[in-house]
Design a protein around this ligand. Structure first.
Ligand code: C2E
Ligand code: MG
Ligand code: MG
Ligand code: MG
Length: 287
């Protein structure tokens, strides 16, 4: 267990036992200034169109370069940021960076003569936490970011978890609906975890369903678990019937990729294709 030796000194009796608890303290103290100190950075993970293997876009994933603990993944600090409210300025920063990056990619493609079909812009996906979702400035901030960068609204896909929308009434859904009407894509992230409410799907302003990694894992076996196959196939049919596209998360093997394509998934994301990487390393855009 971590012992607070006073000041900023910590001791680890057992490195595995409660590293998270130590971090919690040191993260809590460091987090508020981290944005000003420019300690956050983004990595991007490509989304692959399954029909032809082309890159459809990329998801922006935030990381924190902590001065003591080094590189930290979002699971370590997003909940804290959400709790303290820092997620609002942090989220705005992520949105700005990601949209600006999309603009840069567009220009780089144009420079080599590869102009994309305007109906299918290179998309950048940005995760929204519940607190951002309910922030009164969501729509105006998003519009401002898109206008400043000069990109089409359809360049942006906002990812929200299903659970963040559970129980949301029509008023609470209004900002997302407004954004969707402008052409911003809305994806339901981690779909299938938590309390999925299929009836609820119809009234959400979503354009894409992101099937959680846990479903993909069930398709890893040879042959794949028939129950999982039926399940994923059913969700894909339902989503398509509702006019939603389906993205699958966590594709790690060729067998999974093959299976998910057979099942009609539209786009895929996972280590099989590419790990999250700095924007300069996403060199496969031009394929
Ligand atoms: P998510 O939105 O579901 O993002 C997908 C996560 O799966 C990422 O973890 C990604 O690195 C990981 N992943 C991708 N492909 C594979 C694979 O093939 N196998 C496995 N095992 N994992 C894979 P990451 O980057 O640690 O992000 C975790 C979560 O943190 C994200 O889950 C998202 O909910 C949240 N997050 C990340 N960036 C932001 C952000 O800017 N704002 C907010 N509010 N949340 C964020
Ligand atoms: Mg996501
Ligand atoms: Mg997800
Ligand atoms: Mg997930």
């Amino acid at each position: 267990r971590a012992k607070d030796g006073g000041g900023n000194r910590y001791e680890l009796a057992d490195p595995d036992s409660d590293a998270r608890a130590i971090d919690r303290h040191s993260l809590t103290t460091r987090l508020p200034g981290a944005l000003e100190r420019d300690e956050f950075f983004l990595e991007y993970q490509p989304l692959i169109r399954m029909s032809d293997g082309r890159v459809d876009g990329a998801e922006a994933l935030v990381r924190w370069h902590h001065p003591v603990h080094g590189r930290l993944g979002p699971d370590r600090f997003i909940p804290l940021a959400e709790h303290t409210g820092l997620i609002v300025p942090l989220g705005r920063w992520v949105l700005e960076q990601a949209v600006r990056q999309a603009c840069t990619w567009e220009k780089q493609l144009a420079a080599i003569g590869k102009v994309r079909d305007p109906a299918q812009p290179l998309r950048v996906n940005v995760n929204l936490s519940p607190r951002q979702l309910h922030h009164p400035d969501l729509v105006s901030d998003t519009v401002a970011v898109l206008e400043t960068a000069g990109v089409e609204p359809s360049t942006l896909c906002l990812e929200v978890t299903e659970s963040a929308l559970i129980g949301a009434d029509e008023d609470e859904l209004k900002p997302l609906r407004q954004l969707a009407e402008m052409g911003v894509e809305i994806a339901l992230d981690d779909f299938g975890t938590g309390y999925s409410n299929l009836a609820n799907l119809r009234r959400l302003p979503a354009t894409t369903l992101k099937l959680d990694r846990s479903f993909t894992q069930g398709l890893q076996k040879h042959p794949a678990d028939p129950v999982d196959v039926t399940f994923v196939g059913g969700i894909v049919s339902l989503a398509h019937a509702l006019g939603l596209r389906v993205t699958v998360e966590g594709v790690e093997t060729e067998a999974q990729a093959h299976q998910l394509r057979e099942l009609g998934c539209d786009t895929a994301q996972g280590w099989y294709y590419a790990r999250p990487a700095p924007p300069e390393e996403i060199g496969c855009w031009t394929k």
